[in-house]
Design a protein. Structure first.
Length: 127
């Protein structure tokens, strides 16, 4: 999966939220100052070339649909990011966030409860 530019990521978020969609529709969701229509249309074509979206001609416009989910994208690039900056250790990532005060003790407890709940659900599925 090829990494997206900031401009492409911004467009993908809009596509994930509003698919299927056309360029002009997505442009209307951008805050001012909006990018030029032709720039956004080029971004959509790049996303298609990279395999993130597919297009279908509907009348005189192209309608775009994502080929991957936001979750798949997040997962793939979080993995790369953790590998690069935290030696592949999510524990080191969470430790960093806690030490840097970006993750409060209450949030850590909530994450632990969620993990515990998921673990119990997973062990029931195996039974």
């Amino acid at each position: 999966m090829e990494r997206l530019t900031a401009q492409e990521e911004e467009a993908m978020v809009q596509i994930w939220q509003h698919a299927p969609c056309i360029v002009r529709q997505v442009l209307s969701y951008y805050p001012d100052p909006k990018p030029p229509y032709t720039t956004l249309a080029s971004v959509f074509k790049n996303l298609e070339r990279k395999g993130y979206v597919e297009s279908r001609k509907t009348g005189i416009v192209f309608e775009y649909t994502p080929l991957i989910t936001m979750r798949q994208y997040q997962s793939a690039f979080l993995e790369q990011w953790v590998d690069t900056y935290f030696e592949g250790s999510y524990k080191k990532l969470l430790t960093f966030m806690a030490e840097d005060k970006r993750l409060a003790r209450k949030e850590i407890k909530e994450i632990y409860k969620q993990m515990d709940k998921e673990g119990k659900k997973s062990s029931k599925d195996k039974s």
